[in-house]
Design a protein around this ligand. Sequence first.
Ligand code: AIR
Ligand code: ASP
Length: 253
Amino acid sequence: MARRKLIYEGKAKILYEGPEPGTYVQYFKDDATAGNGAKKDVIEGKGVLNNRMSEFFMVGLGNIGIPTHFIRRINMREQLIRQVEIIPLEVIVRNFAAGSMAKRLGMEEGAALPRPIVEFSYKDDKLGDPLVPEEYIIAFGWASQQDMDDIVSMALRVNDFLSGTMYGVGIKLIDFKIEIGRIWDNEFPRLVVADEISPDCCRLWDVETGQKLDKDVFRQDLGNLADAYTEVARRLGVLPSNVTHRPKPTLIN
Ligand code: AIR
Ligand code: ASP
C-alpha cells in the first residue's frame, strides 16, 4: 500500500489509517519485548505467524458469536480491523497458576486452579501494568459495572473456546490476556475482542511434555521463539507457507 497515516505504534504492532472510515490496518512486527520493554529482540517471522494465528482465533470467535474487531486479513503481516475505543485493561484469564500469579502467591507453576479466574491489569507500561480490582475500574470510570459483567462473561467464553481449540491440538491453555474495545453501532455501544490473540499473549504448554510454546520461551531464554510459534501454527493448520524464519546460528562453547 502507498503512504498511510500512522495512528499508533506499539511494541509488537502498528496501526495505520484504514481504507474505509471506521477501519484500521493492523501491522504485525517481528519485535519481541518482555518485562514491558526491558528485554527486546527481533524474531524473524514472528509477525507473520501472529497475524495468521490471530486471524484464526478471531474468525473462530466470530463463528461462535463472540464479536471481535477483525474484518479480514490483507496480507502476510496486515489485517483490516474495526476502529475501537480500547478499554485500558488487560483482561487475564487463568486456568493454571503461572507467571505473576504463581509469583505473587508462592504457587507452583502449573498448579490447577479451582476454577478459571479472571483478573484485570491497568494497561500502562510505565507502571508495569498493575493488577487492579474491579472497584478501581468502575470508580475511575474506565468501564461501567454492566461493561465489567459483560467482559467477564465474554472472557470466560473466549477461555472455553481457546482451551478447547488448543486441547484439540495437544496444547494446554494455562492463561491468556485479551483486550476489549468499544464500538459504536448507530449510537449503541458494543464490546468486542480487540488487539490480538497469539502465543505472545497466552501461556501454552504441550499436553504430553509440558514444553512451553509461548512468549515465556523468550522471557525465560528457553530456546527459539519462532520455532515454538511455528509449532503452534503448524498444529492449528495455519502455518504460512513462506515464513521468513531461518534459525539463528547457535554458539558452541
Ligand atoms: N500478558 C499480560 N500482559 C501482556 C501479556 N502478553 C499475558 C501473558 C500471560 C498472561 O497475560 O502472556 O499469558 C498472564 O501474565 P502474567 O505475567 O500476569 O502471569
Ligand atoms: N510485559 C509484557 C510481557 O512480558 C509486555 C511486554 O513487555 O511486551 O509480555
